[in-house]
Design a protein around this ligand. Structure first.
Ligand code: PGA
Length: 249
């Protein structure tokens, strides 16, 4: 393991995906031990799968208890039903919630099936604020530098909003679908303000295909064209990345 700071961001470089997953799980475990009623911001995708496996193991070994924890997921496809196996609601249930004791009422994911998008987004923002904001936010990063589904744009979106997914994101996520045409074209995502109001942020990345985005977010200018670059302005960000993702630093 190596540590380095770049532009106010703490970086932990580990050998591989498994080590990344263990480190992130250890940090969530510590967070919940230190504050039982923590508000956790959670992510989906390939990157955090190993972290959820670790957390489930720790829960089964009685090392951590999620009874008083509240969770907010970053994003959800739109439109999609929560029982659709491609939904992030389904992902969260399968990878985490069905195995641990986060109370159902305390699990929050943007509602991909409410046709009143405005209402969904405003309710989500209000719920995050009412929780006192997120204590620890977990992020992945897209090959295009997106966080949540905040795609490269000419401006940063503040609150939860409807997103037109980038061609690059649709191509990257096609691996989860039978045909690329099946990938939803839109999603609901927390905005940059929601993410920046988190007290602590952990961003995880594994693999050489993330190296360019990691380099740009750390070394490049802060710009909505590379949404993750905004994290240079947050006070408490830790990257946990493997050697491959650190390859261009
Ligand atoms: P991935 O997605 O973990 O499936 O690579 C990350 C992201 O798009 O934020």
């Amino acid at each position: 393991m190596k540590t380095v700071d770049i532009n106010n961001i703490k970086i932990i470089i580990v050998d591989n995906y498994e080590q990344m997953s263990k480190k992130a799980a250890a940090m969530i475990e510590a967070q919940v031990l230190l504050k039982r009623n923590s508000v956790l911001g959670l992510a989906t995708g390939s990157t955090p799968e190993g972290m959820y496996q670790e957390l489930v193991k720790k829960y089964q070994e009685n090392e951590v208890n999620f009874q008083d924890v509240t969770t907010f997921n970053l994003d959800e496809y739109y439109p999609i039903a929560s029982d659709n196996p491609q939904s992030y609601a389904y992902y969260m249930y399968e990878h985490f919630f069905k195995h641990v004791n986060v109370r159902e009422h305390y699990q929050n994911i943007p509602n991909g099936s409410n046709t009143n998008v405005e209402e969904t987004c405003q309710a989500y923002d209000r719920a995050i604020e009412a929780s006192g904001n997120i204590d620890l936010q977990i992020l992945g990063i897209g090959t295009n530098g997106h966080i949540g589904f905040n795609e490269p744009d000419v401006k940063f979106e503040a609150g939860t909003h409807l997103v037109e997914l980038d061609e690059e994101t649709i191509e990257a996520n096609a691996r989860f679908f039978e045909h690329i045409e099946d990938v939803p074209k839109q999603a609901l995502s927390m905005g940059i303000r929601n993410i920046m109001h988190s007290k602590k942020i952990i961003l995880m990345a594994s693999g050489q295909n993330k190296a360019k985005a990691i380099h740009a977010m750390l070394r490049g200018p802060v710009t909505p064209e590379l949404p993750a670059s905004i994290l240079q302005l947050h006070q408490d960000v830790t990257l946990i990345i493997d050697e491959a993702a650190a390859g261009e630093l």
